[in-house]
Design a protein around this ligand. Structure first.
Ligand SMILES: Cc1cc2nc3c(=O)[nH]c(=O)nc-3n(C[C@H](O)[C@H](O)[C@H](O)COP(=O)(O)OP(=O)(O)OC[C@H]3O[C@@H](n4cnc5c(N)ncnc54)[C@H](O)[C@@H]3O)c2cc1C
Length: 487
């Protein structure tokens, strides 16, 4: 995030880290397919190495044809498949193709945090799309979070679900003022603030947040969970309903014409009337019309073990966005499982990560980086400046344990691209979820499944600004964007 971003308005939830206006992101003008070797393992992927779904192939050979072919097995592709298969009139055959291990893209590498934006992004969304759409975007996030929690509870999904208060902590008077204005503008526009607890008394803010110098706290319900386990459960349900899942099958091209497409892979081709692109950051490799509109952007997550002074009964009980004028830290504190802290894209040094990646223009969209020192350094700084945890008199010290990288599908106008691919009848997409898919996909994927089955945009209930249109793609198209050289 840039200083100028925060002066007028706060970044929406999920836009932390770099901000949509980052010049550095634009210096990585390439797209491509996922790296096939050397990718790192996230915390989540490390904990499921013996799960047979990782490299599942339902049939030894690819089918020659299918009613629907979905590309990408993250939360979007997996939930779209399940929504189709559970619909009243399900397609006879659905094939889900994944380039690498099951759910090894952004979903398998994220911070596991589902934080619906309840107010913070209002000003930015209002500026971009008008007040009505801004209200719809924020209402949709609440609906998405509720849908995700409902699904996990109803299906008893074993995925470490935590439901509790997430805290936005404003660390200076300057950002506290911006927050107060955003909140009151949102309320005045008719936004629902009934679920948000606001604390502007400095002493109380410090006490609630446990952060030295906190000026204000905004608290509301959010969740954290093990995203891979959630997606694995979704796939298990789909496999019972007849899904054909094929991992390690990168799609190299889609050819054909309206409702008569051929999906090409190194293991053979599949003919189908319906192709669904659930490729998020990698969309531009197969859909050149999305290049520039959806930008692959590297992002880091840091795993931090808190010191003894923040463990046991003293462990953090919330997730956090800790907001300074020049950056932000987001923390998923995982209170229900192990008390480990996950820092998503520590903002001040996320730009150093981008500088590093931008230098090497030839490489593929690279999620091989681990323990990238400058990002870990930013987290260390928060330890000394914010939480009082660096020098405990007794017990263990804070341990900066491991950092991994993933690729965010940055949307050029902040919101995802959902619907029929313009000019390619029978091809559909749901991509460009920014750092925020967990609070979008549980409404977006079921909506996409309905669109594929004939529903109108108005019937599926998503904000209008999420719809992919020719005009929207054209506006952001960047002809300078190419495939990386090794694709
Ligand atoms: C480090 C990091 C931290 C994040 N933290 C959070 C967070 O805490 N909360 C939150 O809400 N969001 C977070 N996000 C963003 C979130 O993870 C994404 O928005 C979301 O997971 C997108 O899901 P998806 O299914 O659309 O995409 P993905 O999960 O990326 O799935 C796309 C899949 O398509 C596959 N694929 C791509 N191209 C091809 C091809 N040609 N052939 C076959 N398969 C292909 C990929 O391998 C991948 O598995 C984070 C992202 C990152 C990288």
């Amino acid at each position: 995030m840039h200083v100028k971003d925060i002066q007028g308005s706060l970044p929406p939830v999920g836009d932390e880290g770099t901000g949509s206006s980052s010049e550095l992101e634009k210096q990585i003008p390439r797209t491509g397919r996922p790296l096939e070797e050397g990718m790192c393992l996230s915390l989540w992927l490390q904990t499921v190495r013996n799960n047979p779904l990782l490299n599942h192939r339902t049939t030894e050979a690819l089918p020659k044809s299918a009613d629907v072919v979905i590309i990408g097995s993250g939360a979007t592709g997996s939930l779209t498949a399940l929504s189709l298969l559970q619909s009243p009139n399900p397609p006879k055959s659905v094939v889900l193709l994944e380039a690498r291990e099951l759910c090894s893209g952004a979903t398998g590498r994220n911070a596991g945090h589902c934080k619906p934006d309840q107010w913070r992004g209002f000003t930015k969304y209002e500026t971009a799309f008008g007040a009505e759409q801004a209200l719809k975007i924020l209402a949709n996030e609440q609906k998405t979070w509720e849908g995700l929690v409902d699904y996990v509870r109803k299906n008893k999904v074993d995925c470490d679900l935590w439901v509790g208060k997430t805290l936005d902590v404003l660390m200076t008077d300057e950002v506290a003022e911006v927050a107060a204005k955003t909140f009151s503008d949102y309320k005045a526009a008719g936004g629902d603030v009934s679920k948000i607890e606001v604390t502007t008394d400095h002493c109380k803010a410090e006490k609630i947040s446990r952060l030295k110098g906190a000026k204000a706290v905004y608290a509301w319900d959010a969740s954290s969970l093990h995203p891979w386990k959630l997606v694995a459960h979704i796939n298990k349900q789909s496999l019972d309903l007849g899904l054909n899942l094929q991992t390690w099958t990168p799609v190299t091209n889609v050819s054909g014409s309206a409702n008569d497409w051929t999906v090409h892979t190194g293991r053979g081709d599949i003919s189908t009337p319906v192709v669904i692109h659930a490729t998020n950051a990698y969309a531009g490799a197969l859909l050149p019309e999305t290049r520039g509109a959806i930008r692959p952007c590297p992002h880091m997550c840091d795993r931090v073990l808190p010191p003894s002074t923040f463990a046991g009964s003293k462990s953090l009980k919330n997730s956090y966005a800790i907001i300074y004028p020049n950056g932000m830290y987001t923390i998923n504190a995982r209170p229900t499982s192990d008390g480990i802290l996950l820092f998503g894209g520590a903002a001040p040094n996320q730009s150093k990560l981008l500088e590093y990646v931008a230098k090497d223009q030839r490489r593929r969209i690279d999620d091989s980086l681990t323990n990238f020192e400058p990002v870990t350094e930013a987290v260390r700084k928060l330890g000394t400046e914010g939480f009082d945890w660096d020098e405990p008199k007794q017990g263990s010290k804070v341990l900066y344990d491991y950092a991994w990288s993933g690729i965010i599908g940055r949307s050029a106008d902040q919101v995802p691209f959902i619907g029929g691919v313009p000019g390619k009848q029978g091809q559909w997409m749901c991509c460009g979820h920014n750092g925020h898919g967990m609070a979008r996909i549980f409404t977006a994927a079921p909506a996409l499944a309905k669109l594929v089955q004939g529903a109108t945009w108005a019937e599926v209930g998503l904000p209008d600004c999420f719809e992919v249109t020719q005009k929207r793609l054209q506006k952001h198209l960047d002809p300078g964007w190419n495939l990386s050289e090794d694709n």
